[in-house]
Design a protein around this ligand. Structure first.
Ligand code: PLP
Length: 458
């Protein structure tokens, strides 16, 4: 693009494509094609010589036609979906500004925005003496939490190393696989992460936790960390945090709360006291899940200040970067060097909706889940696994396995649901994360599943 007019025309044409796909009321559904067929049919090879703009934009249009549209209510396969438009505008600004968030020198006022957003989240989580950091996702936040726990158990481990094989960490069988990854990453070893059974409603069995800790102590291991999940990925269940916290306190273990999914429930006055978030030593919270912020926007919050400095011992090198205003250089306490300002989209959304707007949005998500559960119970040919505790509704057809239902919904109806094994059956997981859904959508979906199951099984 060698002059401003050409650049403007180029952006305008890109905007027309984005508008068609993502901004209109009647948005196109993604066309489905199996990956091998799509790979043959789409021309995405990198050319030796640059191509003209028309051809490039045609390729882009084709690409988006076969890309799942996460804005539509029919997209329900992840724990995010739908969006707050102000946040998406913020993401565009972040991309155009392209600041690296390690230092004030590189990012200027953007650093103040990140600090403001972290302060807001600490306040919402009721952690007045705490500190926080942006991370590239819940997986990364959970990893940092285990680093903090290691530093708590073995001060100086970050600097001098540790023998992780003597230690034990605990998480429920329904927790996210990020906790296993963290165990490997900090040198504990995945085998030393104990999987604690869950009760039938998907919550950690606290009695079993206490017994496992005791047995491990008797066997000579050193328990050091418990993860409690606030909003499990499949059922949206909340572990009994207060009871788990009393065990953690008694044994002097670090208690991390993986609220990557459920942290946003703190924005509901009705729900916030049920979460127990203030009991944790640390907390992961993804705004890119329930809050409608573009990927990725995640934080790790810590109850007491100072832990980030301990777990990210100031690197001996890096003086060429960290030169001015040391307390405004978040790069020191991060696993990343260059990173974009993920806080700006959230800041834009919070400016736009305010905390009250977010409370209403969260209540709507919860109400949609209650409505979906009721509709499913009305269908005598469907089984609801359990009443939803948050926004996930797990159910199955009595006549057709959930994997087949999911495949047909995806390939012929443009609807993406997930399925998961719970006890002896496979269940569909309906996540009411997109407030653009309405009751008519849910009625239509359950009727469709009823129809598919009846047709396929007859
Ligand atoms: C409970 C829980 N923790 C952690 C994660 C990982 O978060 P991310 O995808 O942002 O890495 C997820 C993702 O769905 C989750 O449900």
């Amino acid at each position: 693009m060698d002059n401003h007019d050409t650049l403007e025309a180029f952006y305008r044409r890109i905007w027309e494509i984005l508008d068609r796909h993502y901004c209109r009321e009647a948005m196109p559904t993604e066309q489905f094609s199996p990956p091998d067929v799509l790979d043959r049919q789409m021309d995405i090879a990198i050319p030796a010589q640059g191509i003209d703009t028309d051809t490039l934009l045609e390729k882009l249009e084709t690409l988006l036609t076969y890309t799942p549209n996460t804005r539509q209510p029919g997209y329900m396969t992840t724990l995010f979906g739908g969006r707050v438009d102000a946040a998406y505008a913020g993401k565009l600004v972040t991309t155009m500004a392209n600041n690296a968030m390690h230092t004030y020198k590189a990012a200027g006022a953007q650093i103040l925005v990140e600090r403001e957003v972290l302060d807001f989240m600490l306040k919402v989580a009721d952690l007045p003496r705490g500190e926080g950091a942006m991370t590239p996702g819940g997986t990364a936040s959970n990893f940092i939490a285990m680093k903090l726990a290691r530093e708590h158990a073995v001060p100086g481990a970050e600097m001098h190393g540790w023998d992780g094989r003597r230690y034990r960490a605990y998480t429920s069988a329904a927790s996210h696989y990020a906790i296993e990854a963290a165990a490997g990453n900090i040198g504990l070893g995945e085998r030393n992460l104990v999987s604690v059974p869950v009760t039938t409603n998907g919550k950690m069995d606290v009695q079993a936790l206490a017994e496992r800790i005791h047995a491990d102590q008797q066997a000579g291991f050193i328990p050091f960390y418990i993860n409690a999940t606030v909003g499990t990925s499949v059922l949206g269940a909340i572990d009994p945090v207060a009871e788990i916290a009393s065990i953690a306190r008694r044994e002097n273990l670090w208690l991390h709360l993986d609220a990557a999914f459920g942290g946003s429930l703190l924005l509901s006055h009705r729900m916030r006291n049920r979460l127990g978030c203030a009991y944790g030593d640390s907390l992961s919270w993804d705004a890119h899940k329930m809050m409608g912020i573009p990927l990725t926007c995640s934080v790790i919050l810590i109850k007491e200040k100072g832990w980030l400095d301990k777990a990210f011992q100031a690197p001996a090198q890096g003086d060429y970067l960290f030169q001015t205003y040391p307390e405004y250089n978040p790069g020191r306490n991060s696993n990343q060097c260059a990173r974009t300002n993920d806080a700006l989209p959230l800041w834009m959304a919070l400016q736009n909706l305010g905390r009250d707007g977010y409370e209403a949005r969260t209540e709507r998500q919860l109400a949609l889940a209650r409505y979906a559960a009721k509709r499913i119970t009305d269908h005598t040919d469907m089984v609801l696994y359990t009443e939803p505790e948050t926004i996930n509704v797990c159910f199955r057809s009595r006549h057709l396995d959930s994997e087949t239902v999911c495949r047909i919904l995806d390939e012929t109806h443009g609807i993406k649901l997930s399925f998961a094994r719970l006890d002896h059956h496979t269940y569909l997981r309906l996540v009411c994360v997109n407030p653009d859904m309405d009751k008519a959508f849910i009625d239509n979906l359950t009727d469709k599943i009823h129809y598919i199951a009846t047709q396929e099984s007859s």
